[in-house]
Design a protein around this ligand. Sequence first.
Ligand SMILES: [Zn+2]
Ligand SMILES: [Zn+2]
Length: 212
Amino acid sequence: MDDEFQLQSGEEDRFDLLPANVPLLPLPEYCYSLETGKPFRFCIDCDEPLLLQKSEPLVPESPDNSHYALRMYGITKVIVGGEAVFELALCLRCNDRLVQRFSQESRAAIAEFIGSALHIPGPERIQSGDFSCFHCRRPKSSCHRYTIGMFCAGKHICANAPHVMICDACESEMAECLSKHTREEWDRFIEEHFDPTPGLGLDEPHRFPMII
Ligand SMILES: [Zn+2]
Ligand SMILES: [Zn+2]
């Protein structure tokens, strides 16, 4: 496929490749890039390909060929009135690097806010995207604005990862726990990668799309 990239031998360490035992489901369309109508192809931060082509089996005894040479990445989307108004795909390495830029107290506050609320939805819900806010359980259908965060690998979605939806009210509540330093780091990251989009509200201090 012309939108996938061949993993060259010796490159395994360059990418965070999926362990062979992670169950996968076909990538639902709600995880596609709105811009292209297809799966995200590149990490927004390091610009490296997200879709690596199957090549040599990494684990020869793996029963499922789809696990070969897949790179894990996270998708974040902000949905308003049923439309994605903000979206990004980040490889795990860049995601970790971004989170490390946040203050220790903010990371602790996020962890405390999330607590044990995250759970892994069943395959049908992952496939349909029929989520509820992980914090207040409000269903997606009754939210005007919400954020989702998904773990994917190649043209698949990970079936054993906690996929997250958070409603606007809970996201604001969570954002209030964040330090000034963390907000500034997030603003800087957004400025580095996006043109300013008026009306999106991402410049408001309480708007903090959840990073997975
Ligand atoms: Zn990256
Ligand atoms: Zn909520």
